[in-house]
Each structure stands twice: as structure tokens, then as C-alpha cells.
Design a protein around this ligand. Structure first.
Ligand code: GLN
Length: 218
């Protein structure tokens, strides 16, 4: 920025693949919570829309596979006819998985009625924190954010294997709780359950390369 109006305009243009219109983020809404993710994306200038039928995948810039019960979600993927479309989407477009979403995106996980989607070369162990710590909040170190994040863990899985090329982007006491491979990112906790939208902002801006309003530090 050296003062010329033209240069200022150039600098402030959003870094986005979509020149106009809010990014459209689909939320796989077979089960589990939708509203908190929608609020987080709305505060960042993105429109979150429900995905419960194959035709809802059309025109989306990114997809969220949320928390819930991975066994139920896998069954509903088949029952709704969404499985083929979601499999294609997660191979081609930006995807964010949280908790059960990470399980679905993993290459393998235990005790499931159908194969996972296999978009991330990790192994997940379901409900692996033990009965005593069913649910807890932990200080998660998230490398790309440069600061800690309060992670809400609810009957969360553990990541027991991280494949080559998969980057660990979040740790809890040294253990991986967030991973990224290219345009696919997933966390074992629920970033939508805290008012802090930095992880949603990071996903939109750095993983999906879509426009973000503000820095996501509500
Ligand atoms: N325990 C669930 C499962 O194994 C995941 C829990 C969650 O998404 N909060 O699918």
C-alpha cells in the first residue's frame, strides 16, 4: 500500500476463489447438531445449508460432516442414497469433520456397520477416552491458530494412527486431536460448541480457500 487508491483496492480484495456471493457450506444433516455450525459460519459471512438428500450437494463450496453417532450416520448415508454423492464430494472438495465426522472420514474405525468414507488416512478408535471421561473440555494446541482452543470432547474418538502426508494440526497433551490432508480437515472435538469461531474461520480461509468476514475470534 503506497497510497494510490488503485493499489489499496487491490490489497483489500478478498482472497477467494469465488468473486461474488457468500460461500455455501453444506452441513450433512442426517442426525446431530446443525444450528451451532450454522451460527459460526453465518458470523463469518458464509451460508450454511442442510444436506439430507443427494440433490442438496449441488453448488456447495464445502461440506461439514458433523458430530453425532457414526453408526447411525453411516446407516442413514445408505438409506438416503447420499453415500455415493458424499463419497465423490469428499474426494474433490473441501470438507470439515468433527467428532463422528472424523470417524466417517477416516480410513478405518472400529465397530461400524459399513466402511468409512476413507478421505483421511488415519485410524480412529471410537469412544476411546474411557467411561470416566465421557465428556470434557481440554486446552487444545492448534498449530495454525497459534493459540490454544477450548476443545469440547463428547464421547470422542482417538486418532490411533496418522498416515503419511496427513498433517497433525491440533494436539491435546501431545496427542493428535486434529488432522488435515489438503482440503480435508477433521477434529475429534466440537469447535461449534464454543463461541470461538477461529477454527471455522481457519477452515474457510486456509483449507477451503473461501472468503471470511473478520478473523473469527468472537
Ligand atoms: N461416540 C460417537 C461415535 O462413535 C461420536 C460422538 C460425537 O460425535 N460427539 O460415533
Amino acid at each position: 500500500m503506497r497510497g494510490a487508491a488503485g493499489e489499496v483496492a487491490e490489497v483489500s480484495r478478498p482472497r477467494t476463489e469465488r468473486a461474488a456471493g457468500a460461500p455455501r457450506v453444506g452441513l450433512l444433516s442426517l442426525q446431530g447438531d446443525f444450528e451451532k455450525h450454522r451460527e459460526a459460519f453465518a458470523s463469518l459471512g458464509a451460508a450454511a445449508v442442510r444436506v439430507s438428500l443427494p440433490e442438496h450437494l449441488a453448488g456447495l463450496d464445502a461440506l461439514v460432516v458433523p458430530g453425532g453417532e457414526s453408526t447411525t450416520m453411516l446407516r442413514l448415508l445408505e438409506a438416503t442414497g447420499l453415500r455415493a454423492g458424499v463419497e465423490r464430494f469428499v474426494r474433490e472438495k473441501p470438507v470439515l469433520g468433527t467428532c463422528a465426522g472424523l470417524i466417517l472420514l477416516a480410513k478405518s474405525a472400529d465397530r461400524l456397520p459399513a466402511p468409512t468414507l476413507g478421505a483421511l488416512d488415519v485410524t480412529a478408535e471410537r469412544n476411546a477416552w474411557g467411561r470416566q471421561v465421557h465428556s470434557f473440555t481440554g486446552r487444545v494446541d492448534v498449530g495454525p491458530l497459534g493459540r490454544a482452543f477450548d476443545g469440547v470432547f463428547i464421547r470422542a474418538p482417538r486418532i490411533t494412527r496418522v498416515g503419511r502426508g496427513v498433517e497433525v494440526v491440533a494436539t491435546l497433551e501431545g496427542e493428535p486431536v486434529g488432522v488435515r490432508h489438503g482440503r480435508v480437515a477433521a477434529f475429534t472435538f466440537h469447535p461449534e460448541l464454543t463461541p470461538d469461531t477461529r477454527l471455522h474461520a481457519w477452515f474457510l480461509r486456509d483449507v477451503a480457500r473461501l472468503a471470511v468476514n473478520g478473523e473469527g475470534g468472537r
